[in-house]
Every structure is written in structure tokens, then in C-alpha cells.
Write a protein that binds this ligand. Sequence first.
Ligand code: ARG
Length: 461
Amino acid sequence: SAGRLWGGRFAGGPAEAMAELSRSTSFDWRLAPHDLDGSVAHANALLRVGLLTPAEHEQMVAELQRMRAEVLAGTLGPDPDDEDVHGALERILIERLGADLGGRLRAGRSRNDQIATLIRRYLRSELRVVLGSLLEVVEALADQAAAHPEAVMPGRTHLQHAQPVLLAHHLLAHAWPLLRDGRRVVDLDARLAVSPYGSSALAGSSLGLDPEAVAADLGFSGSVANSIDGTAARDLVAEAAFVLAQVGVDLSRLSEDVILWCTAEFGFATLADAWSTGSSIMPQKKNPDVAELARGKAGRLIGNLTGLLATLKGLPLAYNRDLQEDKEPVFDSLDQLRVLVPAVAGMVATLTFHPGRMAALAPQGFSLATDVADWLVRRRVPFAEAHEIAGACVRRCEALGIGLDQLSAADLAEVSEHLSPEMLPELTVEASVRARDQRGGTAPQRVAEQLAEVRAEAAAL
Ligand code: ARG
């Protein structure tokens, strides 16, 4: 039976539509190198208990290694009739070694523990790639922050002008979530580093194989404590899909800022030609497509996560074929980020900022009103009263069509006896930013220290 790992109890082969439904090689072939690594580790286990002789083992491992090299070279692939990656590789092994030797490898293992192991091992290596490119985005943000140590901009809440901040502070605020995503990858790796191999179909194997030794062979830190859990659980795949979705969401929020900054109305930044696109009809257009694709793909990554969770929610223990549906969503999330994250890094690294424009807008919208209130508080006015007074200043400025720093001595005296023109020289964006010098604040000194923290955390991941 072509690439089918079962058949003895069946009088005939599957219907064509059954076989087509069952076939997974179009997406699980990417696991073939891990499948072959697993087979080598399993052959080692069979050797240790005497189920392969040293000569058989040597011949089998050599063939498995050869197949692995061919898979990586792209010269070995599944046949149209193969059901899945496991069946295809065993068919090829038997074709090459004969049924007497090739047919011995499957003893004590099942596709159920194989696939549960392969997906963990695959995720471990792929998530490391995501982490690497994520750190490129962090580095781009850190480099931009370092290049603009003093530039100020309007800080916003509710998208309204709130208080001035340093551009560097804002850029690093996008770096921290990405660093936490990186930390999530590292944390998740410790959970992924537990091998289900040896769980067999669900109950473990009777052949005396050592799952801990197989786990060590495959670079895992240990093997599962429960063979049912080992074959049936996919929470770690869902967790990977979550981490990837969160990366998408964090890149999407960064991208939304970039999209706004590059509008004529903001005018805070300009995209490099290499990281933007034009319009087929409007000759002047320069569009932030990288950022928009980041925003768009975040929705797709969220869909992959929620779809997978929905697949898992009603499944009884242990293995069910539904579990095969874990792969395409998480593969898609990885495939999307593999292309997207480096592009976001390139876009950020090559953004040109316009500090003059940002500085001109920073004091607008009465963004120094909190500084008026804080000035009063330092003169022992209760904050609630100071808030009222500063609010009254804003109301008066609005009526007069002027900024807070343009209030006359008479205006100030009329608003409150606590106010005086001494305050006015302190009412600048630079002073406002410099004053916020507690840990975590936007003062240049604090932001410089924060930048060093960002770089240190990136280096530690
Ligand atoms: N292709 C399956 C999966 O991805 C693994 C094979 C288990 N199949 C089975 N009939 N027990 O989950």
C-alpha cells in the first residue's frame, strides 16, 4: 500500500475522496527533517534494547541521514499517494532498505507521538528565527532613539495632545513590548523543550525504550511525564500562535503610528523610497504599505490563534485527527512574520524624522497645562485647586486665542492669586520634558539610561 502505514485489517483501500481528505503532505512535509532526526533518535533507542543490531542500526541511520540531506537539497519529496510525512518517509526507507530492515523502525512509536514531538521541535527552531528578526526591529528603534536624543514631540492620550515627550521615549515605548515578546519566546521554549517521543499512540511503549534518552538525542531538556498528555496536548502550539499574534499586534500598533506620522497633517516623518510604494494613477503618492500590511496581517495572525483554539476546545483525550489542523494556522503565522518582521525593521531603520515639525506642535493644545498645575503644587497649592487654576488658564487662553506662555501678568493675577509671571520662563517644552526625571520618565537623562536598558535586554535574549 503506497505510503500507507496501515491496511492489514482492511479489505480494500480508501475511497479517492477519503484519501484526498486525509492527505497532509502539502503542509507537513516541512517537518521532514525533524521527522528524520526523530527516526535517528528512535533507531538509537531500538539499538539500545537490542531491537536493531549494531549493523542494522548503522545501515538504517546512514540511510536516514542520506534522506535528510536529500530533503534539505529539495531532491526528495512525497509521492502524490503518500498520506503524510511519516508515511512517505517510511515508504522511502523501506523502498531503499527493504521491508525486513526498513519495517523495523516503527516498533514502539506512533505517528501520534512523532507529530507531537516534531511540531515542538519545529516551533523551537522557527521561534528562534522570529526572535532574531524581532531584535532587528528593536535595534532599529533603539538606533533611531539614539540618533534623536533631544527631539521633542507631542505626547498623546486619546490621540489628543497630552504632554510633550521625547521622540526617543516614544520610540522606546514600542521597543519594550517587542522585548517582552522576545522574552515570551524564550519562556515558551522552556515548555517546548519537553519531548513526547515514547508516548507512542497514547499509553507509552512496552518495548523498554528510554524516552529520556530520545529526548536528549533530539536536544530536548526532558520527556513528558504523561504519555496521554504528550500525544493529546496542543496548548503549546496555541501558545506559539498567541506569541506570534501578539508580535503582529505590537508591530501593528507601531505601524499605525508610522502611518499617522507620514501624513501631511502630522508631517513627523518621511518613509524611505525602498520601504514605500507608489500609486498606479496618482504620480505623487508615497504609501506606507509595509505598515499597512503589518496592520492587516495582525488580523490574520489573530485569526490563526482563535481558529486553533476553537479546534482544540471540545477534543476528548487522547489523540484525535482534528489535531492535524494545528499545523496550517501556526505555519501561516510563522510564514507571514518571516517576511513581515524584517520589512518592519527596514522601514523603521530608514525613517527620516522631522524634529522641527514635532517641536513646533509639541506645545500646542495646551500640553503644558499639567506643568502649570505642578508649578502651583510645588508652591504648596493643593493639586485639586491647582488643576482648577490651570484649567481656568486654558479657558482664558482659548478665549484670547493665545498659548499658555503668552498670558500677561494681569491675566495671571486675574485667574488666581497663586499665579505669577515667574512661572512663564519655566513653561517650555524643554523644561517640561526635563522635569519628568523620575525612573521611567521622559527626561533626556532618564531616556538615555532607558536606551541602555533596552540594548541590554535585547542582548540578553
Ligand atoms: N498527520 C497527523 C497530524 O498531523 C499525525 C498522524 C496521526 N494520524 C493518525 N491517524 N493517528 O496530527
